[in-house]
Ligand binder design. Sequence first.
Ligand code: HEM
Length: 306
Amino acid sequence: MTVEEQGQAVTGHCAQDGRVPDVLTEQSRVARARESGGQPQMAFEGATPYDRYVRTDVLHSIQQTFTDVPEERAFLVASQIMELYFGLLRTEWELAQQHLRADDIRGAVVVLRRSVRQFEALVESWSTIDWLTPMEFNRFRDHLGVASGFQSWAYRRLEHMLGIKQRRLTQLYQGNSAVYEPMMLAFDGPSLYDDAIAALARGGMDIPAEVVHRDFGEDYQPRPEVEAAWLEVYAREQLGDPWWELAEVLTDISAAFTDWRHRHLMAVRRGMGNKVGSGGSSGTAWLEKSLARVVFPEVWSARTAV
Ligand code: HEM
């Protein structure tokens, strides 16, 4: 795989490898159903088109646990499912950013709303692993070595899109250019929230240029002018106002992010108490600190003044 192809794998593009199935039309589908009397097609050469599309061969071959402890499989599958959602959320939010940059607020809201559903499913996937007891975890934990979700670049890229920019954490990926290069490009660019603020400013809100054109590689800090803008949006209370919808969907995303972190912390408390983390942190104490950080701060603080 070339670096370019790896970059595509990271950002997720269309299949270019000949797996694209024969294209059907509505007419041909109807004709086929008529011919078969409404029965699904049953004969295929080799793998079914579903297998080829979903890549079930790859998907079901990557549950490679380090032990035979049955609970490890659930732990690995939960991690893989969450990784897939991290990737999906990133591409959805990138699309929403394009809408915001084109001042298509309704288009951005449509995409962000569905991302909230996806985020809720991601949060709910904690149910599939948060039953893990310390005895069960101890049975396979040592075999994970220093592997920790802390090292997830897909999670870290979501944090960047939410305005959490901790440059020192990007060091982890310096040795992996396929991950590091696209990560740093996005890191030094506007977050999803920066794009929402810029759209607000173009939409007539009084937000100073130094806020709109801030140094995007810096961690986002709350600004009174941004709070005032959201306050105005909420105070207008106009039915169907796209800015109000945007404020609400950003609030949903911020809440879902805190929910994910909280469910993670509770799973950690259940699975290992206050032991130190595999990745080298102090464990729950360290996680509690990051849980305290609320993203899109002004959509929350504006509420006090409404
Ligand atoms: C229930 C079993 C789990 C335990 C006991 C656990 C434990 C921990 C601990 C102690 C940390 C702090 C860093 C460290 O020292 O390792 C951490 C961080 C993290 N874990 Fe987990 N984890 C679990 C499941 C998961 C799963 C399934 C995921 C999904 C991929 C995940 C994703 C993360 C992420 C993204 C971080 C970094 C959080 C941040 O930077 O605020 N963890 N985990």
